[in-house]
Ligand binder design. Sequence first.
Ligand SMILES: NC(=O)C1=CN([C@@H]2O[C@H](COP(=O)(O)OP(=O)(O)OC[C@H]3O[C@@H](n4cnc5c(N)ncnc54)[C@H](OP(=O)(O)O)[C@@H]3O)[C@@H](O)[C@H]2O)C=CC1
Ligand SMILES: Nc1nc(=O)c2c([nH]1)NC[C@@H]1CN(c3ccc(C(=O)N[C@@H](CCC(=O)O)C(=O)O)cc3)C=[N+]21
Length: 294
Amino acid sequence: MTAEIIDGKVIAADLRARVADEVARVKREHNLVPGLAVVLVGNDPASEVYVRSKHTQTQAAGMASFEHKLPTDVSQQDLLTLVAKLNRDPAVHGILVQLPLPKGLNTEAVINAIDPAKDVDGLHPNNAGRLAGGFEALSPCTPLGCIILTKSVHASLEGMNAIVIGRSNLVGRPLVQLLLNENATVTIAHSRSRDLPGLVRKADLVYAAVGRPEMVRGDWLKPGATVIDVGINRIPKEDGKTRLVGDVAYQEALAVAGAITPVPGGVGQMTVACLLVNTLRAACAIAGLPKPAV
Ligand SMILES: NC(=O)C1=CN([C@@H]2O[C@H](COP(=O)(O)OP(=O)(O)OC[C@H]3O[C@@H](n4cnc5c(N)ncnc54)[C@H](OP(=O)(O)O)[C@@H]3O)[C@@H](O)[C@H]2O)C=CC1
Ligand SMILES: Nc1nc(=O)c2c([nH]1)NC[C@@H]1CN(c3ccc(C(=O)N[C@@H](CCC(=O)O)C(=O)O)cc3)C=[N+]21
Protein backbone atom coordinates (compact mmCIF):
# COMPACT_ATOMS: atom_id res chain seq x y z
CA MET A 1 0.00 0.00 0.00
CA THR A 2 1.25 3.45 -0.72
CA ALA A 3 -0.27 6.56 0.80
CA GLU A 4 -2.17 9.25 -1.05
CA ILE A 5 0.01 12.36 -1.15
CA ILE A 6 -1.89 15.41 0.03
CA ASP A 7 -0.83 18.18 -2.35
CA GLY A 8 -0.53 21.34 -0.26
CA LYS A 9 0.64 23.29 -3.29
CA VAL A 10 -2.57 22.65 -5.21
CA ILE A 11 -4.89 23.09 -2.22
CA ALA A 12 -3.14 26.34 -1.19
CA ALA A 13 -3.25 27.71 -4.74
CA ASP A 14 -6.99 27.02 -4.88
CA LEU A 15 -7.49 28.79 -1.53
CA ARG A 16 -5.42 31.80 -2.65
CA ALA A 17 -7.48 32.06 -5.83
CA ARG A 18 -10.69 32.14 -3.77
CA VAL A 19 -9.18 34.81 -1.50
CA ALA A 20 -8.20 36.85 -4.58
CA ASP A 21 -11.81 36.68 -5.87
CA GLU A 22 -13.16 37.94 -2.56
CA VAL A 23 -10.51 40.68 -2.36
CA ALA A 24 -11.54 41.84 -5.84
CA ARG A 25 -15.19 41.85 -4.73
CA VAL A 26 -14.68 43.89 -1.53
CA LYS A 27 -12.53 46.31 -3.51
CA ARG A 28 -15.24 46.68 -6.18
CA GLU A 29 -18.25 46.81 -3.86
CA HIS A 30 -16.81 48.54 -0.80
CA ASN A 31 -13.59 50.21 -1.92
CA LEU A 32 -11.77 48.16 0.73
CA VAL A 33 -8.19 46.97 0.14
CA PRO A 34 -7.14 44.49 2.86
CA GLY A 35 -3.61 45.20 4.09
CA LEU A 36 -1.10 42.96 5.88
CA ALA A 37 1.91 44.23 7.82
CA VAL A 38 4.73 41.78 8.54
CA VAL A 39 7.37 42.68 11.11
CA LEU A 40 10.70 40.88 10.90
CA VAL A 41 13.32 41.51 13.57
CA GLY A 42 16.88 40.47 12.69
CA ASN A 43 18.10 38.63 9.63
CA ASP A 44 17.47 34.92 10.06
CA PRO A 45 17.73 33.58 6.46
CA ALA A 46 14.84 31.08 6.87
CA SER A 47 12.55 33.81 8.24
CA GLU A 48 13.49 36.03 5.31
CA VAL A 49 12.35 33.30 2.90
CA TYR A 50 8.92 33.03 4.59
CA VAL A 51 8.51 36.78 4.82
CA ARG A 52 9.31 37.20 1.13
CA SER A 53 6.79 34.52 0.16
CA LYS A 54 4.13 36.19 2.36
CA HIS A 55 4.86 39.53 0.64
CA THR A 56 4.64 38.11 -2.91
CA GLN A 57 1.48 36.12 -2.24
CA THR A 58 -0.26 38.98 -0.43
CA GLN A 59 0.26 41.23 -3.43
CA ALA A 60 -0.72 38.47 -5.87
CA ALA A 61 -4.07 38.20 -4.04
CA GLY A 62 -4.66 41.93 -4.60
CA MET A 63 -3.99 42.97 -1.01
CA ALA A 64 -1.58 45.61 0.26
CA SER A 65 1.62 44.32 1.85
CA PHE A 66 3.78 46.29 4.26
CA GLU A 67 7.14 44.91 5.33
CA HIS A 68 8.97 46.24 8.38
CA LYS A 69 12.50 45.01 8.89
CA LEU A 70 14.11 45.94 12.19
CA PRO A 71 17.69 45.31 13.33
CA THR A 72 18.43 42.46 15.77
CA ASP A 73 19.33 44.97 18.47
CA VAL A 74 16.07 46.97 18.22
CA SER A 75 14.78 48.01 21.65
CA GLN A 76 11.58 46.62 23.14
CA GLN A 77 10.24 50.19 23.20
CA ASP A 78 10.89 50.80 19.49
CA LEU A 79 9.22 47.52 18.59
CA LEU A 80 6.17 48.36 20.73
CA THR A 81 6.03 51.82 19.13
CA LEU A 82 5.92 50.22 15.66
CA VAL A 83 3.12 47.86 16.75
CA ALA A 84 1.15 50.81 18.16
CA LYS A 85 1.56 52.67 14.87
CA LEU A 86 0.34 49.64 12.88
CA ASN A 87 -2.63 49.30 15.27
CA ARG A 88 -3.67 52.88 14.37
CA ASP A 89 -2.96 52.62 10.62
CA PRO A 90 -6.30 52.30 8.75
CA ALA A 91 -4.57 50.67 5.74
CA VAL A 92 -3.37 47.79 7.94
CA HIS A 93 -5.90 45.06 8.82
CA GLY A 94 -3.46 42.31 9.75
CA ILE A 95 -0.27 42.42 11.81
CA LEU A 96 2.17 39.51 11.97
CA VAL A 97 5.33 39.66 14.05
CA GLN A 98 7.60 36.87 12.85
CA LEU A 99 8.68 34.56 15.68
CA PRO A 100 10.93 33.74 17.41
CA LEU A 101 12.14 37.20 18.37
CA PRO A 102 15.83 37.69 19.15
CA LYS A 103 16.86 37.14 22.78
CA GLY A 104 16.28 40.14 25.01
CA LEU A 105 12.90 41.03 23.53
CA ASN A 106 9.74 40.18 25.47
CA THR A 107 7.60 38.16 23.04
CA GLU A 108 4.58 38.08 25.32
CA ALA A 109 4.50 41.87 25.71
CA VAL A 110 4.79 42.35 21.94
CA ILE A 111 1.93 39.93 21.21
CA ASN A 112 -0.23 41.53 23.91
CA ALA A 113 0.33 44.92 22.27
CA ILE A 114 -1.22 43.83 18.94
CA ASP A 115 -4.83 44.92 18.43
CA PRO A 116 -6.74 41.59 18.70
CA ALA A 117 -8.85 42.61 15.68
CA LYS A 118 -5.64 42.74 13.59
CA ASP A 119 -4.01 39.66 15.15
CA VAL A 120 -3.94 37.47 12.01
CA ASP A 121 -1.58 35.01 13.75
CA GLY A 122 -4.26 34.35 16.39
CA LEU A 123 -1.69 34.58 19.18
CA HIS A 124 -3.17 37.38 21.30
CA PRO A 125 -4.67 35.96 24.52
CA ASN A 126 -8.00 37.42 23.47
CA ASN A 127 -8.06 35.25 20.33
CA ALA A 128 -6.39 32.22 21.92
CA GLY A 129 -8.94 32.36 24.77
CA ARG A 130 -11.88 32.77 22.40
CA LEU A 131 -10.68 29.78 20.37
CA ALA A 132 -10.27 27.69 23.53
CA GLY A 133 -13.78 28.71 24.61
CA GLY A 134 -15.23 27.56 21.30
CA PHE A 135 -16.10 31.13 20.26
CA GLU A 136 -15.40 32.75 16.93
CA ALA A 137 -11.80 33.99 16.76
CA LEU A 138 -8.89 34.71 14.48
CA SER A 139 -7.08 31.36 14.65
CA PRO A 140 -3.41 30.60 13.98
CA CYS A 141 -2.69 29.98 10.30
CA THR A 142 -0.74 26.72 10.48
CA PRO A 143 -3.45 24.88 12.47
CA LEU A 144 -6.13 26.24 10.10
CA GLY A 145 -4.10 24.87 7.21
CA CYS A 146 -3.79 21.48 8.94
CA ILE A 147 -7.58 21.23 9.25
CA ILE A 148 -8.14 22.12 5.58
CA LEU A 149 -5.58 19.50 4.50
CA THR A 150 -7.24 16.87 6.71
CA LYS A 151 -10.65 17.73 5.28
CA SER A 152 -9.31 17.20 1.77
CA VAL A 153 -9.19 13.51 2.79
CA HIS A 154 -12.03 13.21 5.35
CA ALA A 155 -15.23 15.17 4.86
CA SER A 156 -15.93 14.84 8.60
CA LEU A 157 -13.48 14.36 11.50
CA GLU A 158 -16.26 13.51 13.95
CA GLY A 159 -15.30 10.75 16.35
CA MET A 160 -11.86 10.19 14.84
CA ASN A 161 -8.87 9.65 17.13
CA ALA A 162 -6.36 12.43 16.58
CA ILE A 163 -2.94 12.90 18.16
CA VAL A 164 -1.20 16.26 18.17
CA ILE A 165 2.50 15.94 18.96
CA GLY A 166 3.68 19.35 20.23
CA ARG A 167 1.92 21.95 22.42
CA SER A 168 3.29 25.30 21.29
CA ASN A 169 1.07 28.39 21.27
CA LEU A 170 1.70 28.79 17.53
CA VAL A 171 0.83 25.26 16.42
CA GLY A 172 0.02 22.41 18.84
CA ARG A 173 -2.39 24.06 21.29
CA PRO A 174 -4.57 25.89 18.77
CA LEU A 175 -4.63 22.79 16.54
CA VAL A 176 -6.05 20.80 19.48
CA GLN A 177 -8.83 23.37 19.85
CA LEU A 178 -9.70 23.32 16.14
CA LEU A 179 -9.81 19.50 16.19
CA LEU A 180 -12.15 19.60 19.20
CA ASN A 181 -14.39 21.98 17.27
CA GLU A 182 -14.50 19.31 14.54
CA ASN A 183 -15.60 16.75 17.17
CA ALA A 184 -12.41 14.68 16.94
CA THR A 185 -11.13 12.90 20.07
CA VAL A 186 -7.76 14.49 20.76
CA THR A 187 -4.62 13.26 22.50
CA ILE A 188 -1.95 15.90 23.15
CA ALA A 189 1.62 14.63 23.30
CA HIS A 190 4.80 16.50 24.20
CA SER A 191 8.35 15.97 25.39
CA ARG A 192 7.21 14.41 28.69
CA SER A 193 4.73 11.97 27.15
CA ARG A 194 5.36 8.27 27.80
CA ASP A 195 5.31 5.69 25.03
CA LEU A 196 4.78 8.07 22.13
CA PRO A 197 4.83 5.24 19.55
CA GLY A 198 2.01 3.51 21.44
CA LEU A 199 -0.04 6.70 21.56
CA VAL A 200 0.51 7.37 17.85
CA ARG A 201 -0.51 3.81 16.93
CA LYS A 202 -4.07 4.47 18.20
CA ALA A 203 -4.56 7.56 16.04
CA ASP A 204 -6.50 7.88 12.80
CA LEU A 205 -5.09 11.41 12.41
CA VAL A 206 -1.46 12.19 13.28
CA TYR A 207 -0.18 15.78 13.52
CA ALA A 208 3.57 16.11 14.04
CA ALA A 209 4.63 19.60 15.22
CA VAL A 210 7.81 18.94 17.14
CA GLY A 211 10.79 20.34 15.27
CA ARG A 212 12.75 17.07 15.30
CA PRO A 213 13.72 15.74 11.87
CA GLU A 214 11.99 12.46 10.97
CA MET A 215 11.16 11.64 14.59
CA VAL A 216 7.85 9.88 13.85
CA ARG A 217 8.67 6.48 12.31
CA GLY A 218 6.64 4.47 9.84
CA ASP A 219 6.15 1.58 12.27
CA TRP A 220 4.53 3.93 14.83
CA LEU A 221 1.58 4.51 12.53
CA LYS A 222 -1.76 2.75 12.43
CA PRO A 223 -2.12 1.41 8.88
CA GLY A 224 -4.21 3.82 6.80
CA ALA A 225 -3.74 6.80 9.16
CA THR A 226 -3.74 10.34 7.81
CA VAL A 227 -0.44 12.04 8.58
CA ILE A 228 -0.06 15.82 8.64
CA ASP A 229 3.60 16.79 8.97
CA VAL A 230 4.05 20.34 10.27
CA GLY A 231 7.80 20.11 10.83
CA ILE A 232 10.16 22.23 8.77
CA ASN A 233 13.72 21.12 9.50
CA ARG A 234 16.74 22.10 7.47
CA ILE A 235 19.35 19.33 7.55
CA PRO A 236 22.78 19.15 5.87
CA LYS A 237 23.27 17.08 2.71
CA GLU A 238 26.50 15.33 1.68
CA ASP A 239 27.31 18.12 -0.80
CA GLY A 240 27.33 20.78 1.95
CA LYS A 241 23.94 22.22 0.96
CA THR A 242 20.80 21.71 3.04
CA ARG A 243 17.45 20.09 2.44
CA LEU A 244 14.08 20.37 4.16
CA VAL A 245 12.60 17.43 6.00
CA GLY A 246 9.54 17.14 8.23
CA ASP A 247 9.05 15.61 11.66
CA VAL A 248 7.91 12.35 10.03
CA ALA A 249 10.14 9.77 8.32
CA TYR A 250 8.39 10.32 5.00
CA GLN A 251 9.54 7.27 2.99
CA GLU A 252 8.70 4.89 5.85
CA ALA A 253 5.34 6.56 6.46
CA LEU A 254 4.39 6.39 2.77
CA ALA A 255 4.23 2.60 3.01
CA VAL A 256 1.88 2.57 6.04
CA ALA A 257 -0.22 5.74 6.02
CA GLY A 258 -3.43 6.21 4.06
CA ALA A 259 -2.57 9.82 3.24
CA ILE A 260 0.37 12.09 4.04
CA THR A 261 1.56 15.66 3.49
CA PRO A 262 5.02 16.15 1.97
CA VAL A 263 7.66 18.61 3.22
CA PRO A 264 8.06 20.97 1.43
CA GLY A 265 4.76 21.25 -0.42
CA GLY A 266 2.41 20.48 2.45
CA VAL A 267 1.50 22.46 5.55
CA GLY A 268 3.93 25.34 4.88
CA GLN A 269 2.05 26.26 1.72
CA MET A 270 -1.22 26.36 3.64
CA THR A 271 0.20 28.57 6.40
CA VAL A 272 0.77 31.43 3.98
CA ALA A 273 -2.58 30.90 2.21
CA CYS A 274 -4.43 30.92 5.56
CA LEU A 275 -2.65 34.13 6.51
CA LEU A 276 -4.30 35.72 3.47
CA VAL A 277 -7.66 34.29 4.56
CA ASN A 278 -7.24 35.76 8.06
CA THR A 279 -6.24 39.15 6.65
CA LEU A 280 -9.32 39.23 4.44
CA ARG A 281 -11.54 38.20 7.38
CA ALA A 282 -9.95 40.80 9.67
CA ALA A 283 -10.40 43.54 7.06
CA CYS A 284 -14.10 42.72 6.58
CA ALA A 285 -14.71 42.58 10.34
CA ILE A 286 -12.93 45.90 10.96
CA ALA A 287 -14.88 47.53 8.11
CA GLY A 288 -18.17 46.17 9.50
CA LEU A 289 -18.83 44.06 6.39
CA PRO A 290 -20.41 40.60 6.40
CA LYS A 291 -18.05 37.64 6.62
CA PRO A 292 -16.33 36.87 3.30
CA ALA A 293 -17.09 33.62 1.45
CA VAL A 294 -13.67 32.15 2.36
N1 LIG B 1 4.76 24.37 8.23
C1 LIG B 1 4.58 25.54 8.86
O1 LIG B 1 3.91 26.44 8.36
C2 LIG B 1 5.15 25.74 10.21
C3 LIG B 1 6.09 24.84 10.63
N2 LIG B 1 6.61 24.93 11.89
C4 LIG B 1 7.54 23.86 12.27
O2 LIG B 1 6.82 22.98 13.13
C5 LIG B 1 7.68 22.45 14.13
C6 LIG B 1 7.14 22.80 15.50
O3 LIG B 1 7.07 24.20 15.63
P1 LIG B 1 6.66 24.91 17.00
O4 LIG B 1 5.39 24.35 17.48
O5 LIG B 1 6.78 26.35 16.78
O6 LIG B 1 7.89 24.37 17.94
P2 LIG B 1 8.19 24.51 19.49
O7 LIG B 1 9.63 24.24 19.63
O8 LIG B 1 7.60 25.76 20.03
O9 LIG B 1 7.36 23.29 20.13
C7 LIG B 1 7.77 21.97 19.95
C8 LIG B 1 6.88 21.03 20.73
O10 LIG B 1 7.34 19.71 20.52
C9 LIG B 1 7.46 19.04 21.76
N3 LIG B 1 8.56 18.08 21.72
C10 LIG B 1 9.89 18.33 21.68
N4 LIG B 1 10.60 17.19 21.67
C11 LIG B 1 9.69 16.19 21.73
C12 LIG B 1 9.79 14.78 21.78
N5 LIG B 1 10.96 14.17 21.75
N6 LIG B 1 8.66 14.06 21.83
C13 LIG B 1 7.45 14.66 21.87
N7 LIG B 1 7.30 16.00 21.82
C14 LIG B 1 8.40 16.75 21.76
C15 LIG B 1 7.73 20.11 22.77
O11 LIG B 1 7.32 19.64 24.06
P3 LIG B 1 7.42 20.53 25.41
O12 LIG B 1 6.25 21.47 25.35
O13 LIG B 1 7.30 19.52 26.47
O14 LIG B 1 8.74 21.22 25.37
C16 LIG B 1 6.89 21.26 22.24
O15 LIG B 1 5.59 21.23 22.75
C17 LIG B 1 9.06 23.03 13.79
O16 LIG B 1 9.73 22.13 12.93
C18 LIG B 1 8.73 24.31 13.03
O17 LIG B 1 9.76 24.69 12.16
C19 LIG B 1 6.21 25.91 12.74
C20 LIG B 1 5.30 26.86 12.36
C21 LIG B 1 4.72 26.85 11.04
N1 LIG C 1 4.44 34.84 13.97
C1 LIG C 1 4.75 33.78 13.22
N2 LIG C 1 3.78 33.15 12.52
C2 LIG C 1 4.08 32.07 11.75
O1 LIG C 1 3.19 31.48 11.10
C3 LIG C 1 5.45 31.62 11.69
C4 LIG C 1 6.40 32.32 12.45
N3 LIG C 1 6.03 33.37 13.21
N4 LIG C 1 7.69 31.91 12.46
C5 LIG C 1 8.16 30.80 11.66
C6 LIG C 1 7.06 29.81 11.35
C7 LIG C 1 7.36 28.95 10.14
N5 LIG C 1 6.36 29.31 9.17
C8 LIG C 1 6.35 28.85 7.84
C9 LIG C 1 5.67 29.50 6.84
C10 LIG C 1 5.72 29.06 5.53
C11 LIG C 1 6.47 27.96 5.18
C12 LIG C 1 6.54 27.54 3.76
O2 LIG C 1 6.07 28.22 2.87
N6 LIG C 1 7.16 26.37 3.45
C13 LIG C 1 7.33 25.87 2.11
C14 LIG C 1 8.80 25.73 1.72
C15 LIG C 1 9.69 26.84 2.17
C16 LIG C 1 11.16 26.60 1.84
O3 LIG C 1 11.46 26.00 0.77
O4 LIG C 1 12.01 27.03 2.67
C17 LIG C 1 6.76 24.47 2.02
O5 LIG C 1 6.69 23.80 3.08
O6 LIG C 1 6.40 24.05 0.93
C18 LIG C 1 7.12 27.28 6.18
C19 LIG C 1 7.07 27.72 7.49
C20 LIG C 1 5.54 30.25 9.67
N7 LIG C 1 5.86 30.56 10.93
